[in-house]
Ligand binder design. Structure first.
Ligand code: ADP
Length: 492
């Protein structure tokens, strides 16, 4: 897998698909409107993209509905669906370099991350779910009386999928994988900041032979195109990744038609360093766990709890790592940190840095813009952070780390759990009993022990509390794409 993504000189990708993809055709928005997508490192306009709205969503849902209700997709043998999904993964692998570059152009993430993480994980996720296509089974149930009762797992139908901008291509794979494996059809609305890789993947899906109408993509804004998808009576389920506030709006709207909903939302994940941890590995994990992807990860380890005994030494080492972090042109294969995705995020993060200073936290590194062009922010480190400060409670979604001290295991689980979020957590220790005790106590959908941000297509991911509803990835990720049907046959 990694072989296709070796370090090479990067050529700027061509932007090819910028229209809506509906029923297998590339068409402009019905209104004729377009919106700009920019390269966040230079703020230059990359492309004008069709701005879909209700009319385009209606057409896309109609195409998806037609394909689901009577098209080839619903009649196809499950194993053949898996074969087509594998073909899509193969085509993505063939274009991996170009897709990685397109992701860097649209999102601003370093090319080395797009090549080493995003695109390989896209391929892996699609292959993983391709393997599930013919393994989705029901049960036989021993009921009372002369009856034969069994269950079938049937596709939920037309699914509306709304995704964010932080891992644009990967979010496509997380959403398409289980939907295609179960035999659903799709209307996807990518984030307005980053529509390009999703559109490119739709072209590859068609080339792979996935029938027209199975995958439809309508780029556009949330309150227009996104809201139209959520309200549409022809849509059976919404899968959403984004902010909690948006999820609550969607949940209310979706209630009207009793749509199934799954949500993957934000976090303020505790990363807990015990004094008996392997310090070098823990410093590396703390740094990576927060600054990876410019801090734009829903599971970022943004509350770094360090045991008092090792606190000062740990902070010194973090400071040094931040100083060495290479920030700049995301197309340079050496770059570790690129720009934030857009001006709104950039402004929001700088505001939080000001809040941190006003709240009395100590600014140890960073704290301001890097350079004069693009949305770059220096890797920022605050110490002396208290549990109730806004920088310790709010999701900042940027390269801003808050370090908090703790005394011992008795106090730390409660403090770590004192948040409305519950997406992820990590524990660093050499004491295996302590690690498992903490893993059981932490109220989070994922707990990493002596590692951070380790993802696998087979390992379920999702949030406790306000971090989400339902799980993605793994077998658990299939559950919300199927309806359970019970069939009872009289044997008398
Ligand atoms: P983020 O901060 O990651 O942009 P959002 O929740 O605003 O989080 O956006 C995630 C996705 O949700 C994007 O594709 C966005 O266009 C979409 N979105 C935003 N508002 C709505 C809405 N009211 N209804 C449906 N989708 C929305």
């Amino acid at each position: 897998m990694a072989t296709v993504l070796e370090k090479k000189k990067v050529t700027r990708p061509q932007v090819r698909q910028t229209q809506c993809f509906i029923g297998g055709k590339w068409i402009p928005a019905a209104s004729g409107k377009t919106f700009e997508t920019i390269h966040p490192a230079t703020e230059e306009v990359i492309a004008e993209v069709a701005e879909g709205d209700k009319e385009d969503i209606d057409a896309a849902v109609e195409a998806a509905r037609e394909q689901f209700d009577g098209g080839e997709w619903s009649k196809m043998d499950a194993r053949d669906r898996g074969i087509l999904m594998n073909k899509l993964a193969d085509l993505i692998e063939q274009e991996a370099d170009e897709l990685a570059a397109l992701e860097t152009l649209d999102n601003g993430k370093p090319i080395r991350d797009a090549r080493a993480a995003d695109i390989p994980l896209v391929i892996d996720t699609l292959r993983y779910y391709a393997g599930w296509a013919d393994k989705i089974q029901g049960h036989t149930i021993p009921v009372r009386g002369e009856y034969f009762t069994y269950t079938r797992r049937e596709p939920v139908g037309v699914v509306g999928q709304i995704i964010p901008w932080n891992f644009p291509a990967l979010m496509v794979a997380w959403k398409w994988g289980p939907a295609l494996a179960t035999g659903c059809t799709i209307v996807m609305k990518p984030a307005e900041q980053t529509p390009l890789t999703c559109l490119r993947m739709a072209r590859l899906a068609q080339k792979a032979g996935i029938p027209d109408g199975v995958i439809n993509v309508v780029p556009g804004y949330g309150p227009t195109a996104g809201a139209a998808l959520v309200k549409h009576r022809g849509v059976d389920k919404i899968a959403f990744t984004g902010e909690g506030g948006t999820a609550k709006i969607i949940q209310r709207e979706a209630l009207e038609t009793m749509k199934r909903c799954t949500f993957e939302l934000g976090g303020k994940s505790p990363n807990i360093i015990f004094a008996d941890a392997d310090m070098e590995a823990a410093v590396e994990g703390a740094h990576f766990g927060l600054y990876f992807n410019q801090g734009q990860c829903c599971c970022a380890g943004s509350r770094l709890f360090v045991e008092e005994r090792v606190h000062d030494e740990f902070v010194d080492r973090l400071k040094e790592k931040n100083r060495q972090r290479k920030i700049g042109d995301p197309f340079d294969p050496e770059t570790e940190q690129g720009p934030q995705v857009d001006k709104a995020q950039f402004d929001k993060i700088l505001k939080y840095i000001d809040i941190g200073k006003q709240e009395g936290a100590k600014l140890v590194t960073g704290g301001k813009r890097h350079g004069e062009e693009g949305y770059f922010i220096e890797p920022t480190l605050f110490t002396g952070v208290k549990d109730e400060m806004k920088i310790a409670t709010d999701e900042i979604f940027g390269p801003v780390m808050s370090v908090l001290k703790f005394k011992n295991i008795n106090e730390i689980a409660d403090r770590a759990n004192r948040t409305n979020y519950g997406l992820a957590a990590a524990v660093w220790t050499r004491d295996i009993a302590k690690a498992h005790k903490m893993a059981a106590k932490l109220r989070a959908g994922t707990v990493w022990v002596n590692c951070y941000d380790v993802f696998d297509a087979g390992a379920p991911f999702g949030g406790f509390k306000e971090s989400g509803l339902g799980r993605e990835l793994g077998e658990a990720g299939l559950a919300n794409y199927t309806e359970l049907k019970t069939v009872t046959v009289s044997l008398s």
